[in-house]
Design a binder for this molecule. Structure first.
Ligand code: PMP
Length: 388
């Protein structure tokens, strides 16, 4: 019998929805033109580009489609947001506030800016991973130009109180950037109600192709471009647009807007089944917020075992999970997100992140619930950490 292959590590990469792949295909061949061309070949790609812009704008309820800037993905979006605001607004101040649970792309951008004389404040989170707006309020100074935080954390699933943050930053005339990679397409985002100025979105996390994304830039936001060239994307991101990719992102946004709520409730039910099933293993705990969390995420801590050993044993059973963010899996350091919620090093090391997609079935969950307790028992039997 063929071995089961089950993915609970979708955060590292999603398969594209077949409906999305299909709408992309003609833009590789038939409609190959450059959207900047004035002749007839530019027309179809130009229309497709603007249609995709509209769909992404609708997903986040942007006021105008021109507020959407296409790019090569979330890392680039985060670069334009942080470097763009920092460089353009440094005469107003050099203070930026972020949190201790950001993706490595934000963490490394902050380190880079620190070296250039910017002051970065890293906000703490509570044991569920929530940032307190009161704490943000206390850290804002006359020098603060930007607050950057994740909408929801991809690793532990916690959803942040962005609307409360937005009320604060808007009142103080400070830009608010949110990395919404893990949240977009999973929970509704409304940039107008949330009072956010910049939002990073990635196509792949919405079942679109990899290597394409968008940054929402509220009209009037002062940004310095980070990719200089032919002036595409309102001069904020030069370079010939990846039309098939952007068409894919547009379709992903369109589908997400329509299907997100129903998909979310199905996924929540499956996720809860997985979570509750695994929490039945003795000395097993949930990381992140019990309710204010993404429908797709369950992050669990198994005492006395190493996450890496669990991951490898599960891999042999055909189950893919993660012991941290895929982008940081090359290091043996414990996840900074798990340390920020107050876990000890060994507790962080004993944690696994399960990220689900609409392609997971109940049988996947039941298989994990069947296999994991046996692995945990086996590993605990040989672990020096197990109390005897
Ligand atoms: N932000 C978050 C929250 C992410 O999870 C990721 C990775 N998927 C990124 C930014 C960077 O995305 P990419 O590697 O596609 O540029």
């Amino acid at each position: 019998m063929a071995m089961k292959r089950i993915c609970f590590d979708y955060q590292a990469g999603y398969p594209a929805d077949q409906r999305i792949v299909e709408v992309m295909l003609p833009y590789f061949t038939e409609f190959f033109g450059n959207p900047s061309s004035i002749h007839f070949l530019g027309e179809a790609p130009r229309k497709a580009l603007e249609n995709a812009r509209m769909k992404v704008a609708e997903l986040v309820n942007a006021n105008k489609k021109e507020e959407i800037i296409f790019n090569s993905g979330a890392t680039e979006g985060n670069n334009l947001a942080l470097l763009g605001v920092a460089y353009r607004n440094k005469d107003r101040g050099r203070h930026i506030i972020t949190t201790k649970i950001e993706h490595i792309s934000i963490r490394n951008l902050c380190k880079h800016l620190e070296k250039q004389g910017f002051m970065i404040t890293y906000l703490p989170v509570d044991k569920c991973g929530v940032v307190d707006p009161e704490v943000l309020k206390k850290e804002i100074t006359d020098e603060t130009i930007l607050v950057s935080m994740n909408y929801a954390n991809g690793e532990i699933g916690t959803i942040e109180p962005i609307r409360e943050m937005g009320e604060l930053t808007r009142r103080k005339n400070i830009y608010l950037h949110v990395d919404a990679v893990a949240a977009a397409g999973k929970i509704p985002i409304d940039v107008q109600k949330d009072n956010v100025d910049l939002v990073t979105i990635s196509s792949n996390d919405m079942y679109g192709p990899k290597g394409v994304g968008a940054l929402y830039v509220k009209e009037g936001t002062k940004l310095s471009p980070q990719v200089i060239g032919g002036g595409q994307e309102r001069g904020l991101r030069s370079g010939t647009e990846d039309i098939p990719g952007i068409v894919g992102l547009g379709k992903a946004a369109e589908l997400a807007k329509v299907e997100m709520v129903e998909e979310g409730s199905k996924m929540t039910a499956l996720r809860d089944r997985l979570m509750n099933g695994l929490l039945g293993i003795p000395d097993t705990y949930l990381n992140g917020h019990p309710t204010q969390r993404l429908p797709s995420n369950a992050n669990l801590r198994f005492s006395y075992v190493e996450g890496e050993s669990l991951l490898l044993s599960l891999d042999m059973e055909g189950i893919a999970v993660s012991s941290g963010s895929a982008c940081t899996s090359k290091t043996l350091e414990p996840s900074p997100v798990l340390l920020a919620i107050g876990l000890k090093h060994e507790e962080a090391h004993g944690s696994l992140s399960f990220t689900m997609s609409k392609y997971n079935a109940r049988e996947d969950v039941d298989y994990a619930i069947e296999v994991l307790p046996k692995i945990v028992t086996k590993l605990r039997a040989i672990s020096p950490l197990t109390p005897r």
